[in-house]
Design a protein. Structure first.
Length: 247
């Protein structure tokens, strides 16, 4: 019976999330274009997404689906102009992080931009994964220069606490191009929840506990001053990310 109730509450949560996305996509965001321009429009989009996603996380917590235990909350909320790298245990990790950290964006699947329900929402502040490398570097630099953070899950896949996936070099590339430092966060759950190939309604028999902690900052600017060899710099920074997240 507990499993059934928890499954219903998870499905209800995502139904509410979907209704909210529809409202933003078809009413608030299109209307905002008529009244707010340029950089202020980006900030408006970001602030709305941050606030609504923070509310969604609180909703899930209030339903008894999950707990969110955070170390160094004040420090995490103050992250600005950084490339944020994080472990990736579940489907809603990006919702948790953007709900906590203001002015934050991420790279999303291009198919979402073609989704009628999500197109305006996705094109507001998010970065499409199929952009050319030059476009990706230019857009992420623009967002970082405008005070945004860019979240990247360097593993590229969801994984458990005792798993150590291969780290991709995208975060290092973006940080080097923008001359932005990298902040590492560790996010884990105590059992599989919204994991790979796991049905959305499979919520277990008890609350899932999320643990989020601030690991530290990687000084990219300092690494850029050590050598002119970009391959070496990228390799070193990627190794530093790996050590921060998985050591």
């Amino acid at each position: 019976m507990i499993k059934i109730i928890r499954s219903f509450l998870v499905l209800l949560s995502f139904f509410i999330f979907g209704i909210g996305a529809i409202i933003l996509n078809f009413t608030l965001f299109p209307l905002a274009k008529f009244f707010i321009k340029d950089k202020n429009l980006l900030y408006f989009y970001s602030d709305v997404i941050h606030s609504t996603w923070a509310w969604f996380v609180k909703l899930i917590i209030s339903f008894g689906i999950m707990n969110l235990n955070i170390e160094d909350l004040a420090k995490i909320k103050q992250i600005k102009n950084k490339v944020i790298v994080s472990t990736h245990p579940s489907f809603i990790d990006i919702v948790i992080l953007i709900g906590l950290i203001p002015r934050t964006t991420c790279i999303v699947k291009s198919a979402l931009a073609q989704n009628l329900i999500l197109s305006n929402l996705v094109s507001s502040i998010f970065i499409l994964e199929d952009e050319t490398l030059d476009n990706m570097k230019n857009y992420t630099k623009k967002m970082l220069d405008n005070g945004f953070n860019v979240v990247i899950f360097p593993s590229g896949i969801r994984h458990r606490k005792n798993e150590y996936p291969k780290i991709h070099k995208g975060a290092a590339t973006i940080a080097m191009n923008a001359k932005a430092n990298i902040v590492a966060l560790k996010l884990y759950t105590d059992f599989d929840f919204l994991f790979i190939n796991q049905p959305i309604y499979e919520a277990g028999e008890r609350k899932v506990n999320y643990e989020l902690s601030y690991v530290g900052e990687i000084d990219v600017k300092s690494e850029l001053e050590k050598t002119d060899n970009e391959i070496v710099i990228k390799k070193n920074i990627t190794k530093m990310i790996e050590n921060a997240l998985y050591s």
